[in-house]
Design a protein around this ligand. Structure first.
Ligand SMILES: [Zn+2]
Length: 100
């Protein structure tokens, strides 16, 4: 099952973290690590995330769609996958500022 997430749902209007329950905090830590990995390697077609799969601990591939800028990720072991939208400009956006 694909995990479709909009990172803004974890944030308050001013961009700070919303109050989250434990499950959401855990998920957020996973998603933000993927955002950092994908945005650092923004110009590469695909790279490995700094976190492993929450289900099977397998390696996760991440990429940024060049048109929509939506981050996609997929576990290489179990096929768990998802997407993250609206991550640009958040504190986890690690793209080189000079270039944009
Ligand atoms: Zn997996």
């Amino acid at each position: 099952m694909a995990l479709i997430t909009n990172i803004q749902h974890f944030l308050d209007e001013d961009g700070s973290l919303a109050e989250l329950n434990f499950e959401s905090i855990e998920l957020l830590a996973f998603l933000t690590a993927i955002i950092e990995s994908a945005s650092i390697a923004y110009e590469r077609p695909v790279s490995l995330a700094s976190v492993n799969c929450r289900k099977c601990d397998g390696e996760i591939e991440v990429w940024v769609d060049p048109d929509s800028h939506i981050i996609g990720w997929e576990c290489l072991e179990c096929g768990e996958e998802g997407s993250i939208s609206n991550w640009e400009g958040t504190q986890w956006d690690k793209r080189d500022d000079v270039r944009h």
